[in-house]
Design a protein around this ligand. Structure first.
Ligand SMILES: [Zn+2]
Length: 277
């Protein structure tokens, strides 16, 4: 088991409500101190939203799952264990976001990013995302601390954090171009799906669904949605809303898996078979 130290809960995508971690107690204190200072600044200038960690260490199980299923899920993922957030090699990487009072997540504004980079540097970190176009990506313990962290940073950060309501029965946020998915159970039918942008996997048994969820998020979080809300989510993710009915999905895709990418391949094959006309 990899050692891990909490830096608070994420509000981002399918990681919403899930505790995020870094590799050492010192790094956790540094990150939490950044959050304390940022939120004090935010409050002082009258801006809404608290700094939070979107993602810290990424487990190897999640990386492997995403890699193995990258074609089905139609996601761009790093080879296993080469992620900048790999739990063993890079337990110092942090993606920051803003948690709003209603528990939703937003990106930082340019002014907020500038302040964040400054605060991170003071606490011994570096905005390494500058090298690959990611404003939110930082790596801690990459330089000397100009300011030592607050010894009680966890307590202080908890006092300034937004307190998101439980995500259980809300429509999760899934963005295009990320690998986030959400476990969804439809109230009326009890059908369970793993939903991503342009990807859908039906879980034919509870055991199957639990396994999927563990690999993805390592928590018990499950979004229980009404059929109407599930249709909204499917539409947002470019998934045919008819597939909220598991029978319709299985009729079209006997393995219970559907993706925009697989659909494109099917169409291309049919086109080639017809002589490319
Ligand atoms: Zn990152």
């Amino acid at each position: 088991m990899v050692k891990r130290f909490s830096v608070g809960k994420s509000s981002y995508g399918d990681l919403r409500g899930i505790e995020q971690y870094v590799m050492s107690a010192r790094i956790a204190l540094q990150v939490l101190s950044v959050i304390v200072d940022f939120n004090a600044w935010q409050k002082q200038r009258g801006a809404v939203g608290s700094l939070s960690v979107n993602e810290g260490m990424r487990s190897r199980a999640r990386q492997t799952y995403l890699w193995v299923n990258r074609l089905i899920l139609a996601v761009v993922v790093a080879m296993p264990f080469t992620s900048r957030h790999d739990e063993v090699l890079h337990g110092n990487a942090i993606d920051f976001g803003i948690t709003m009072p209603d528990g939703s997540n937003r990106a930082l504004t340019p002014v907020e990013f500038a302040k964040l980079h400054e605060l991170v540097e003071a606490r011994g970190g570096t905005h390494t995302g500058i090298n690959f176009g990611e404003q939110w990506h930082h790596e801690m313990a990459t330089r000397a601390e100009r300011l030592p962290p607050y010894p009680n940073a966890a307590q202080l950060a908890a006092g300034t954090a937004a307190t998101p309501p439980p995500a259980k029965n809300t429509i999760p946020t899934i963005r295009k171009d990320d690998d986030m998915t959400a476990a969804v159970k439809i109230k009326e039918t009890g059908a369970r799906f793993q939903v991503g942008f342009g990807t859908l996997t039906y879980s034919s048994s509870t055991k199957d669904a639990d396994l999927l969820r563990k690999v993805f998020s390592a928590t018990d979080e499950l979004h229980e949605l009404s059929l109407a809300d599930a249709k909204v989510l499917f539409a947002q993710c470019d998934i045919p809303t008819a597939y909220t009915d598991a029978k319709a999905l299985l009729a079209a895709q006997p393995n219970g898996r559907w993706s925009l990418q697989a659909l494109a391949v099917q169409e291309l094959r049919a086109f080639i078979k017809k002589g490319g006309k």
